[in-house]
Design a protein around this ligand. Structure first.
Ligand code: ARG
Length: 461
């Protein structure tokens, strides 16, 4: 059977139904250049161990270069009879080098150690791409924080008015999780930085191949410690899928906020025309589709992780064909984020914030009540009494349809002699925000420091 890597002990070729089920070139072809890089390194290890002489090695490397170029140009492509990227490329190598030379490369390696290595190589490259895209989003968000630095919005808990905060503080609260996602990718890389090449099918190789040499050639710090673990485990792939799911969740939380802010009722933001969509029937519509797609795609990213974990659960050692199912979910997660992140960044960079509208709503819902209570504590009233007094104040204001700053001095004094006219100093949203100057707080001085710290942390990544 043309292309098959395992004809010898079989009396017939695979049934067409099997070939159809087994074939993976429609997704693993993405690994072609990594496969060829692995073959180059493996050829050098074979030569070092005495299985290829200098001329053979040169011929092999030349054939691999020719093959790489043909793959790049699209001149060489997988054919229906190729089971996977490895079989297709071996067929290609033999076309370029002849069967005599090309047939030597397979010694001492297995598709099991190959695939485990190549997946790590691809994921490591995309971790770098995702890092760059996340930095762009953090930069765009931090720039908006800087450009709207004095804007105050009603901070919420339970989606109810809670306390006023700087818009910049809120925007930076979306940046820090993204910073941690980048750090997660970097931490992950410390575990991905080991090459399974040389593990063979599961038990290692007999040919004295230098796995460390191959590892270094392929950009890994070292080889794996255990050939069974190296070929059978995919926790590194699952961990990558987790980080992509977490990125999806962090984008989704940010997206949800933008969707709410963009409603007529909130009116906090306007989306740029270039980053919003219309309706085919309602001419007046301008929809936040990027944010909604971000929210929707988070579900898909979580699904990719959950599916992969389910595939891995209960697999006995060592390699099982189930492991072929590791690639599509994680490739999909990469593609999803690499398309989503630039659109999301463009949407954030082009948002217009309606700061007057935010400021108008910020004091509503008695959001300054905590400030009154804490002001009383500063006058040496116990917090228990302060809470009680402020509660009475809020009830009075609510019953009389007044905001807290609309009460007269006499009304304040009637509620409690502790409520002197000086309490008015905390009854403005600016005063409230400025007073929260504890570490990590929303006071302008703290948020300025925070913005500088964020920039510093991102620069250090
Ligand atoms: N295509 C397989 C995978 O993606 C690698 C080949 C190993 N196949 C095998 N029958 N041992 O996991």
């Amino acid at each position: 059977e043309a292309g098959a890597l395992w004809g010898g002990r079989f009396s017939g070729g695979p049934a067409p139904e099997l070939a159809e089920l087994s074939r993976s070139t429609h997704f693993d072809w993405q690994l072609a250049q990594y496969d060829i890089a692995g073959s180059r390194a493996h050829a050098k290890a074979l030569a070092r161990a005495g299985y290829l002489d200098e001329t053979e090695l040169a011929g092999m490397l030349q054939a691999l270069d020719d093959l790489a170029a043909a793959v790049d140009s699209g001149e060489f492509t997988p054919q229906p009879m190729d089971e996977d990227v490895h079989s297709a490329l071996e067929r290609g190598l033999i076309e370029f080098s002849g069967p005599e030379l090309g047939g030597k490369l397979r010694a001492g390696r297995s598709r099991n150690d190959q695939i485990a290595t190549l997946v790590r190589m691809l994921l490591r490259d995309h971790a770098a791409t995702l890092t760059r895209l996340l930095v762009d989003l953090i930069d765009a968000t931090a720039s908006q924080a800087d450009a709207n630095f004095d804007a105050i919005l009603p901070g919420r808990t339970h989606l109810q008015h809670a306390q006023p905060v700087l818009l910049a503080h809120q925007l930076l609260a979306h940046c820090w999780p993204l910073v941690r996602d980048i750090e997660r990718l970097r931490d992950w890389d410390a575990r991905a930085n080991a090459s399974p090449y040389g593990s063979g099918a599961l038990a290692g190789n007999t040919l004295g191949l230098d796995a460390e040499l191959v590892a270094h050639d392929l950009g890994f710090a070292h080889g794996v410690e255990n050939s069974i673990d190296g070929t059978a485990s995919r926790d590194v792939v699952a961990e990558f899928a987790y980080v992509t799911a977490q990125i999806g969740i962090d984008l989704s939380r940010f997206a949800e906020e933008i969707i709410i802010w963009n409603t007529k009722e909130f009116g906090f933001v306007t989306l740029s025309d270039s980053y919003s969509t219309g309706s085919s029937i309602m001419p007046q519509k301008k929809n936040p589709d990027i944010a909604e797609l971000a929210r929707g795609k988070a579900g898909r990213l979580i699904g990719n992780l959950a599916g992969l974990l389910a595939t891995l659960k209960g697999l006995p050692l060592a390699y099982n064909r189930d492991l072929q199912e590791d690639k599509e979910p994680v490739f999909d997660s990469i593609k999803t984020l690499e398309v989503l992140l630039p659109a999301f960044t463009g949407m954030v960079a082009t948002l217009t914030f309606h700061t007057e509208r935010m400021a108008e709503l910020a004091p509503q819902g008695f959001s300054l009540a905590t400030d009154v209570a804490e002001w009383l504590v500063k006058q040496h009233v116990t917090f228990r009494d302060a809470h009680e007094i402020t509660g009475t104040l809020v009830k009075f204001a609510e019953d009389h349809d007044l905001d807290l700053d609309q009460l007269s001095d006499e009304q304040f004094a009637a509620i409690s002699p502790h409520l002197t006219p000086q309490v008015r100093s905390v009854l403005t949203i600016e005063g409230s925000v400025a007073s929260r100057d504890g570490s990590g707080g929303t006071a302008g001085v703290r948020v300025r420091e925070q913005l500088a710290a964020l920039t510093e942390r991102v620069r250090a990544l």
